[in-house]
Design a protein around this ligand. Structure first.
Ligand SMILES: NC(=O)C1=CN([C@@H]2O[C@H](COP(=O)(O)OP(=O)(O)OC[C@H]3O[C@@H](n4cnc5c(N)ncnc54)[C@H](OP(=O)(O)O)[C@@H]3O)[C@@H](O)[C@H]2O)C=CC1
Ligand SMILES: CCCCCCCCCCCCCCCC(=O)OCC(=O)COP(=O)(O)O
Length: 325
């Protein structure tokens, strides 16, 4: 036994060594090429999508920018073209495709248009999304469906429409922007958290199924980002929430998150978690001590209901403690 050096400690150390070696070997792989590749970004008219457009454009990608409003997409294009005039690196003028992700027929037509533009897609970034603020008891079923249509069925439909051409070429990378709320469910976000949990599950299945064709799938799960997500969120009756929540205003710089998305594509990362300390604690708590996690969430539910009803972004002290991170 002594010669073998067995025992729990050496087993753990051996395991850690193998893990480290595995990570080092992965890092030695040459990064995926972004320059000249065709990159489709949904929700490119604002927030994280617009920042992704900036970083992938600067990296020399051929962009196809998607959104519901042609005018807003054009603003992004003009900004990128101006930046191209100032820069020294070779960039490509972006194209745009306008469609609503929640309309199944529109998504199929959009996929055909995207393929007509460039013949193929190298990277699809499913970024577009909408959030929700509401009490389940007072939420129309139509709102639960609307959030699911945009955040889950939309990306699924677009991915499935573009997948056959990727499989034929034995090449392609599908990225989806999920959320920490794809891993943990917090109160008054039922529609949003459910859509992100479904997203995580679908794209995890997809990754396993398309590996044999050489395709890559990355799920990126950020914490709060400084964008208009909370302002654009739907409430239980389908109206717009319209408030910039404190948590959103204090979130990460979307440019930093966009750089992390570029890095995920270059490194072919399978799963990227961009969690702060409290969110990380919450993730561990949910896994290792669910009873305590559920207790904390119930406390949070009581506290956030007050600021939800008044559409106030001033959180009660209990909420600040329980996770207004
Ligand atoms: N901000 C945050 O705190 C976090 C955001 N995320 C995720 O990041 C992603 C981007 O959101 P973010 O930039 O923050 O929010 P924004 O509200 O700024 O951007 C959302 C984008 O999605 C597009 N969009 C919304 N609904 C539809 C639709 N039905 N069809 C097509 N496009 C649509 C919007 O385009 P337009 O209205 O012009 O059509 C807009 O460009 C989302 O998936 C979100 O869940 C994840 C974690 C944290
Ligand atoms: C006794 C131990 C106490 C430990 C307390 C830990 C509990 C902390 C709860 C933290 C919850 C973190 C939630 C993070 C949510 C998040 O980052 O979501 C990102 C989004 O997608 C934001 O969308 P939204 O529409 O909700 O703004």
């Amino acid at each position: 036994e002594r010669v073998m050096g067995g025992g729990p400690l050496s087993l753990v150390l051996g395991g850690l060594g193998v893990l480290l070696l595995f990570r080092m070997v992965r890092r030695l792989r040459p990064g995926a090429r972004v320059r000249d590749s065709v990159v489709v970004i949904t929700g490119a008219s604002s927030g994280l999508g617009r920042e992704c457009a900036r970083v992938f454009h600067a990296a020399g990608a051929r962009l196809v920018l998607c959104g519901r409003h042609a005018g807003r997409l054009q603003e992004t294009v003009e900004e990128l073209n101006e930046a191209a005039g100032r820069g020294h690196t070779q960039t490509h003028p972006p194209s745009t495709v306008t469609f609503d992700l929640s309309e199944a027929g529109a998504v199929e037509r959009a996929a055909e248009e995207i393929l007509r533009l460039h013949g193929n897609v190298d990277v699809l970034i499913n970024n577009a999304g909408i959030s929700y603020r509401g009490n389940i008891l007072e939420t129309d079923l139509s709102v639960q469906r609307a959030v699911m249509d945009t955040n889950y069925f939309g990306p699924v439909a677009l991915t499935q429409a573009l997948l056959p051409s990727m499989v034929r070429r034995r090449s392609g990378h599908v990225v989806v922007i999920s959320s920490i709320q794809g891993r943990i469910a917090i109160p008054h976000r039922s529609a949003y958290a459910a859509s992100k949990h479904a997203t995580q599950a679908y794209f995890d299945c997809l990754r396993a199924e398309v590996e044999r064709y050489g395709l890559e799938v990355s799920v990126v799960s950020p914490g709060y980002i400084r964008t208009n997500l909370s302002r654009n969120a739907l409430t239980g009756d389908g109206s717009q929430y319209g408030v910039l929540d404190r948590t959103t205003a204090m979130g990460r710089d979307p440019a930093d998150v966009a750089r992390a998305v570029l890095e995920a594509v270059r490194r072919r990362s399978k799963d990227v978690l961009l969690a702060g300390l409290l969110a990380t604690v919450a993730l561990y708590l949910r896994t290792l001590c669910p009873a305590l996690f559920f207790k904390v969430m119930a406390m949070r539910a009581r506290s956030t209901l007050v600021c939800l009803m008044s559409r106030s972004n001033v959180h009660a002290p209990l909420t600040v403690f329980c996770g207004a991170v």
